[in-house]
Design a protein around this ligand. Sequence first.
Ligand SMILES: [Zn+2]
Length: 439
Amino acid sequence: MPHEFWNSAIETLGAHELERRNEALLAQQFAYVMAHSAFYQKKFANVEYISNRTELAELPFTEKDELRVSQEEFPPFGDYLTTFPEEISRVHKTSGTTGRPLYIALTRRDIETTHECGARAYFAAGLRAGDRVVHCLNYQLWAGGVTDHLSLERVGATVIPFGVGNTTALVRTIRDLQANAISATPSYLVHLADSVRDVLHLEPRELGLRKGFFGGEPGLQNPSVREKIEQTWNLRAMDANYGMADVLSIFGAECEVRDGLHFHGQGALLVELLDPATLQPIEIKTGARGELVYTNLTRQAQPLVRYRSRDAAEIVSAEPCDCGRTGFRFRVLGRSDDMVVVRGVNVFPAAIAQILAEMPQELGGEFQIVLDAPPPYNELPLRAEILLHVQEHEFAALREKIFQALQQRLNFRAAIEFVPQGTLPRTEDKTSRVIKNYI
Ligand SMILES: [Zn+2]
């Protein structure tokens, strides 16, 4: 495989050298934060300086709720704003799916860093100069709109700023401008396929889109969703846009190997992995699972230190990839709040979902974990949908097969109950699969 990079100097940097640079940036950034951020001057009152990861791990976390309070008390940007308001070049807003949204302020330099990391991500996922990409994410305040648009442009592609809505005009635009690539959420393409047939009387694969850059929801982690998109459209569907506007718009994207999202925020973001149950750091090594915690290394306007993302992830590999990149690869496991501890083992519903998705002949894929009592748990009650054609005499063998798979791969015991297909509520990406029937 030919090795191509957006920024080979940083994308192929060895782990040791990267850590050395990160720690130098961390010391410098921490001094900046303590000199300019009223929020952190209060929070870290007795800390003079830090210069490495170990010292960082002694500091308290920053929670999203603290930022909300800060923005309410010191509107609109909060007292963690460390620049003069006139230095802010761009403002975004978070989606607010988990509470009051935050206003995100970016300086020129913050924007530059954002597009550099975004370009690494899109390039790794296969975007090249000469591609003509229609960008179909929301431009209304959301970072996915204009900011991701400009990251696509940074790679050298021709970008068509479409946004969301009016799919009739969208499919005509794709045809008229002969776009060969699309940037969207995976679920948007399912919807779009109908418009292509209705408006243009074409099959989606005849429209000429050959590259898909997806993000904003976890759909592509389900192999059948990816396969369906690729077959319907005859395009290569890449998970290319993982990030968090609060810290960095895009820093996760697959490479051609497609074995997890590469971390592309080198030099901009320091990542820690946290055990959500004990709040202790976990080493970032292959197979580790925990919540992602971020510290900005260069952010000027609203720098964050030890910011809890509430996103849980598995480190797919901390070793260099076949593509030549050294950035660790990870897979998002959903909300860390959904984690359940079973006999000391951290279990994430998304990891269960992946195993159940491997049995499409028998299972519908939907499931629930119903907890009737508070922890501790010796085994996890799992309610899974079974397809209607499976006969009752086959249940015991299937239950054993699932039990073994969960025990061997996720290291916990499940008490499995089957319910007919269509019984459980459909889960959208943000909906919890863990039901707690206790106070
Ligand atoms: Zn790779």
